[in-house]
Write a protein that binds this ligand. Structure first.
Ligand SMILES: [Mg+2]
Length: 189
């Protein structure tokens, strides 16, 4: 019997990474994409990577907005990115505030493991992309091949303040460099 080959994935943070960081964003009309995101994600998708969003949305746990608000934002993101041929496998959201028990709040690797188990993903060939240390750590904790820090969102400030302590994170300007780095590292392409 043949088994399906496991697929690699790009796990990505939402705020400050896929869309501009806005304080407790919770309305679709507030969504503003980084221009590099769609073309880069399309290239990665075409190369065989599944795309999985992993986001901490503590505004729900803090009572600022609801899970339904988050769902509406994610439906909007799906619709907009689909116009550019980008499809996300799933959005994983941790709704808890930092002081509340949470199964998947980053830096927990739990949602990456859930995605691996649900969609038969190969974490050892996958990458995490985000603008905070917790994003990189979620990737490292899960056992991905590499974690990228983008200089968008909080990334540039983090690079200034923490510098070399971000190793072995791969620090890049944005999505174009992420896609170039990953696709150039794949042999025979
Ligand atoms: Mg972020």
């Amino acid at each position: 019997m043949l088994t399906n080959p496991r697929k690699p994935a790009i796990f990505l943070d939402r705020d400050g990474t896929l869309i501009h960081e806005k304080h407790y964003l919770h309305r679709p009309e507030e969504v503003e994409f980084f221009a590099e995101a769609a073309p880069a994600l399309k290239r990665l998708s075409d190369a065989g990577f599944a795309l999985v969003v992993v986001t901490n949305q503590s505004g729900v746990g803090r009572g600022y907005f609801t899970e339904a608000d988050v769902d509406r934002v994610h439906a909007h993101i799906r619709d907009e990115m689909a116009r550019d041929g980008v499809e996300f496998l799933k959005f994983y959201s941790a709704f808890e505030a930092p002081d509340q028990p949470s199964r998947g709040r980053k830096p927990s690797p739990q949602f990456l493991w859930d995605a691996r188990d649900t969609f038969n993903l190969d974490l050892s060939a996958s990458y995490m992309v985000g603008d905070k240390r917790i994003d990189l750590e979620a990737g490292w904790n899960a056992g991905v091949k590499g974690s990228f820090l983008v200089r968008t969102g909080y990334g540039a400030e983090l690079e200034r303040t923490e510098g070399s302590s971000l190793n072995p994170g791969i620090v890049v300007d944005g999505w174009q460099q992420v896609a170039d780095w990953i696709l150039n590292s794949i042999p025979n392409r």
